[in-house]
Design a protein around this ligand. Structure first.
Ligand code: NI
Ligand code: MN
Length: 228
């Protein structure tokens, strides 16, 4: 059995049998956060791209939990320079783990860490196709809609797709519905729609649209857990 818990914004824990993955651990600076990094003990830290609402506490968590950051090579190199353990991968590449497999997927977005006078680019943004406890979870990351999403699910049955719906910086609801049509997951979890005013939207309206195409939507409030 697999449990997915929302920790606010794009941060989720995905847990099975005492093993926990965490995505985009933005907690200390997140006004919506429901826990602190000290409350967590992930085994792997998946970071989709270098924007601060995704890298968040990744380096600190890696140091305190001795857990590697998984992401594209350039972002891992940034994290490593700041003291994190890393397992660099790249888009299109997969790797087997004791719990299953992770493959990095493309994402249409940017990726960089903003310093006072410059942006330090951290390679390509990515998503993650995670197979854990015989369950397939697609965490899209921050992304616009792209046609190759169809390829991501071509040869597997997706159980869960975690898709951004907040618009402006990522897909909005219309495009996320199209993404769900291409991906055909059993369940969609909408994400990235509440942190600030510009991206605020109604996940209930999204759920209605998914119902029309026969896809189940599960809206997870921060701290809410679902079993898959
Ligand atoms: Ni971003
Ligand atoms: Mn973001």
């Amino acid at each position: 059995m697999l449990e997915i818990c929302s920790l606010g914004h794009a941060c989720y824990t995905i847990s099975t049998d005492g093993l926990t993955l965490i995505t985009d651990p933005f907690l200390s600076d997140n006004p919506d956060a429901v826990c602190t990094p000290d409350d967590l003990a992930p085994d792997y830290i998946l970071v989709s791209h270098g924007h601060h609402d995704h890298t968040g506490d990744a380096v600190q968590l890696s140091k305190s939990c001795k857990a590697p950051v998984i992401g594209v090579f350039e972002l891992c190199s940034f994290c490593e320079r700041h003291g994190a353990d890393t397992m660099p991968m790249h888009i299109g590449g997969g790797r087997d783990f004791e719990f299953g497999r992770i493959k990095l997927t493309p994402a249409l977005h940017g990726s960089g860490v903003v310093h006072d006078e410059f942006i330090e680019y951290t390679g390509m943004p990515c998503g993650f196709l995670i197979t854990i406890a015989d369950t397939n979870v697609y965490f899209a990351g921050d992304t616009g809609l792209f046609g190759d999403m169809e390829l991501i699910a071509r040869n597997i049955n997706l159980d869960v797709a975690i898709l951004p719906i907040g618009d402006n910086f990522t897909m909005g609801i219309d495009d996320a519905v199209t993404a769900a049509e291409m991906l055909q997951p059993r369940i969609v979890i909408p994400t990235h729609y509440h942190l600030f005013e510009l991206i605020r939207t109604d996940p209930g309206g999204f759920a209605d649209r998914l119902a029309d195409i026969g896809v189940q939507c599960r809206i997870l409030e921060p701290k809410e857990t679902m079993s898959v």
